[in-house]
Design a protein around this ligand. Structure first.
Ligand code: FAD
Length: 448
């Protein structure tokens, strides 16, 4: 129980406040992992999530002088290190991904590009946690974060198993992996085949002998088309608009421009676009070859699902005409056009003039993720625009002092998350110190 529970205090600003006691049902315990003893310490910072963003934040918190376990804990829902990466499918090798940015103080090095990224990153994060003795407690799935009393009394972070922690500041780094997003299309409920999201994809070989509709215009969708093809699985790729291929290299200047464009939304409380939506699809040699081979060609936007297939808008199943492919159009000369796969299909019944139906057995929704922030719902942070109003530093929550979001919006890449972790740690330390000073100033002297 808080040592201030039920007392009267005068704040540094001279206000006189009555501290309400915590409800009995929300008694606060902090389990020390070493001793398993409970206590009611007020931590300076709780970091939620131990992916790239949370580890970067934790590192900078300790570098600022905060003590592991005494001042800072990191709560992570996973069974082991790796953040979202530990859940990614085996055929996603390190060589396939855009790149993992180094965490501060321990370079990733040059692992074998043929090794699954899930293993490389889990190993790297595990080494990082032990090298810097980061106070990571897992598995701890945070169910809620609540603010108690007035601003400087901090937060109570409660796990699904009932444990809870009191803290002055919270750095939230919970990523997106636990919030897969599937858009609604007519017929989605009546489709009789299998539907799955990127989140649940494990191996292309699971789909042998079946035709898979790959939905989405991002890197995951493009990778799935190639991966499934290597396993001998026939695919139909559908993207809402022409694929956003770009030959531009991802240099620092462009990276900053992309971050600025995402931040421009979050500072207005709008939901963030994914970083990939802002960056486009890098037209690497691997993708260019797959486009020229007629494989990696979007067949038009999905209009609806039927019990046994998908209705697409566009030129049709025979591949003679394909919809616009953005910057990849220049790769699709006559020879490439001739290689575009002929699919079974027919003009859509009771449909639009340009619509055609292709039979498919599986729909793979590579349609992205949303920020995993359900545990923050009691703080009522959502703006009418669907997002959370962020400060210009892209980590401060404008309307909730003491809460910092990393890996959200502009920082949803390993590079952005690493940088944001630093900014959030610095801001959280400043906030916790100010709260401490306020608390010390406000405790009534014994003689008063
Ligand atoms: P995560 O890695 O998702 O870590 C969040 C952690 O929080 C997890 O350990 C999770 O268990 C934990 N958590 C979640 N909810 C709770 C809770 N309620 N309580 C406690 N713990 C919780 N970015 C790149 O820079 N390069 C790439 O090549 C790249 N490839 C990608 C490929 C795919 C398929 C996807 C989906 C994304 C890719 N990204 C890539 C984006 C990448 O995932 C992020 O950049 C970065 O890894 C996210 O780090 P994070 O720390 O924000 O989140």
């Amino acid at each position: 129980m808080s040592r201030f529970a039920g007392r009267t205090r005068v704040t540094a600003s001279g206000r006189r406040n009555i501290r309400r006691p915590l409800a009995a049902s929300s008694s606060v315990t902090h389990l020390d992992p070493a001793t398993a003893e409970s206590d009611d310490r007020m931590l300076d910072v709780v970091v939620i999530g131990a992916g790239q963003a949370g580890l970067s934040a934790a590192h900078h918190l300790l570098r600022s002088g905060l003590r592991a376990w005494d001042d800072v804990v990191v709560l992570d829902a996973n069974e082991g290190p790796g953040g979202a990466w530990r859940h990614r499918w085996d055929s996603l090798t390190l060589g396939d991904v855009h790149g993992i940015h180094d965490l501060p103080g321990l370079p990733l090095g040059t692992p074998d590009p043929a090794e699954p990224a899930s293993r490389v990153v889990a190993r790297y994060y595990g080494a990082y946690e032990s090298t810097f003795d980061l106070p990571v407690l897992r598995p701890v799935a945070v169910a809620s974060v609540e603010q108690r009393f007035e601003e400087h009394d901090g937060f109570v972070v409660t796990a699904r198993d009932g444990r809870s922690w009191r803290t002055r500041a919270v750095v939230n780094a919970t990523g997106t992996w636990d919030s897969p997003w599937v858009p609604h299309y007519p017929g989605i409920e009546t489709f009789r085949g299998r539907q799955l999201h990127t989140h649940d994809f494990t191996a292309a070989t699971d789909f042998r002998g079946r035709r898979v509709l790959v939905v989405g215009g991002g890197t995951s969708a493009a990778q799935f088309v190639l991966d499934l093809d290597r396993a001998g699985v026939e695919t139909v790729w559908t993207a809402r608009t022409a694929p956003r291929w770009t030959s531009r290299s991802f240099d620092q200047e462009w990276g900053r421009a992309v971050e600025a464009s995402v931040s421009a939304r979050t500072t207005r409380g709008l939901s963030p676009h994914s970083v990939v939506a802002a960056t486009g699809l890098p037209l690497t040699g691997m993708y260019a070859r797959a486009i020229r081979s007629g494989l990696l060609v979007s067949r038009g936007p999905l209009l609806r699902l039927t019990p046994a297939g998908a209705v697409l808008a566009g030129p049709g199943p025979d591949g003679r005409g394909v919809p616009a492919q953005g910057e990849a159009d220049r790769l699709l000369d006559d020879a490439a056009h001739a290689r575009v796969r002929v699919l079974p299909g027919h003009a859509a019944e009771n449909g639009d003039a340009d619509a055609w139906e292709v039979p498919v057995d599986v729909v793979l929704w590579a349609t992205g993720f949303r920020a995993s922030l359900g545990h923050l719902s009691r703080l009522h942070l959502r703006e009418p625009g669907g997002g959370i109003m962020m400060g210009t530093d892209a980590v401060t929550v404008a309307k909730q002092p003491g809460l910092f979001l990393v890996g959200y919006g502009a920082s949803a890449s390993t590079l952005g998350a690493t940088r944001a972790g630093r900014r959030a740690a610095q801001a959280a330390v400043r906030y916790a110190n100010a709260a401490k000073t306020e608390t010390e100033d406000s405790v009534e002297p014994a003689s008063a």
